[in-house]
Design a protein around this ligand. Structure first.
Ligand SMILES: [Mg+2]
Length: 255
């Protein structure tokens, strides 16, 4: 797993000038919001594992372009209830999905380590971007809801660009908008393949944010993708990577 990415990646230390971040489960605790929305809809979250499995299946169909986002949401809800033997029609699935979505939007919130990390990166002179897989208006609404509408130099969303992570083109779009080469940009995200390895293959410094400290796949042991368990670890990781001569003074201000 090391060879292709390494040989095609000309990155050297002290070249990083910008950091891209994923939104869901990187900046925003989307999983907790989704879980609480399910609890509000059903009165319990015992079915959470079934919801997660159903989401993985249906979200993949959205990301690959097989289903529009709104259709995916309703079809996912129908499939979820069907898994428990309850077969509901489209209108009823839409009603339940609306209820769940409203509950989820009330629950959107940032992880505790986001504000300090963004402040620290800004203080070092790093430019900041978002690279995310979802519909544009949905993600922009999400960023606004948590006070990050104006926090980034550019926001790159698969629903607007027409390509989704891990396709290298979405990472290259971010680099172009930042006016930087891929080897000058890092990308941080919670999905190993979609975010970290996708970014690495696109020539960026891909960083895996493994908040839940899930075991890495066996093949990953040989990989060169740096891993952190919280955004608070970014300063220590990036200190040798950032192209900022005054950086040593700023490490003391790390969160
Ligand atoms: Mg994510």
């Amino acid at each position: 797993m090391t060879s292709a990415a390494d040989e095609s990646n000309p990155r050297n230390p002290a070249q990083i000038k910008a950091v891209c971040l994923d939104i869901d489960d990187t900046l925003i605790d989307s999983q907790s919001a989704a879980r609480s929305s399910l609890r509000e809809l059903l009165g319990t979250d015992r079915a959470w594992p079934v919801w997660q499995r159903t989401t993985d299946r249906y979200y993949g169909r959205f990301v690959s372009g097989q289903l529009p986002f709104d259709v995916m949401c309703v079809e996912r809800t129908r499939a979820f209830f069907a898994a428990f033997g309850e077969h509901i029609d489209h209108a009823e699935a839409q009603r339940r999905e609306n209820q769940r979505m409203a509950a989820m939007q009330r629950a959107w919130g940032l992880f505790d380590d986001v504000a300090h990390s963004l402040d620290w990166m800004r203080a070092t002179g790093l430019r900041l971007a978002v690279v995310t897989n979802a519909p544009g208006d949905y993600q922009r609404k999400k960023l606004a809801a948590v006070g990050l509408a104006d926090a980034f130099d550019t926001v790159v969303i698969s629903g607007e660009t027409g390509v989704a992570k891990p396709d290298p083109r979405i990472f290259h779009t971010a680099c172009q908008r930042l006016g930087l080469q891929p080897h000058e940009v890092a990308h941080v995200g919670d999905r190993l393949t979609t975010d970290a390895q996708g970014a690495t293959r696109a020539g960026l410094l891909g960083i895996w944010l493994n908040r839940d400290q899930i075991p890495a796949p066996r093949a990953f042991a040989e990989d060169v993708v740096p891993t952190i368990t919280g955004l608070g670890e970014l300063p220590e990781l990036l200190v040798t990577e950032i192209a900022a001569p005054h950086l040593a003074d700023l490490v003391g201000h790390a969160p």
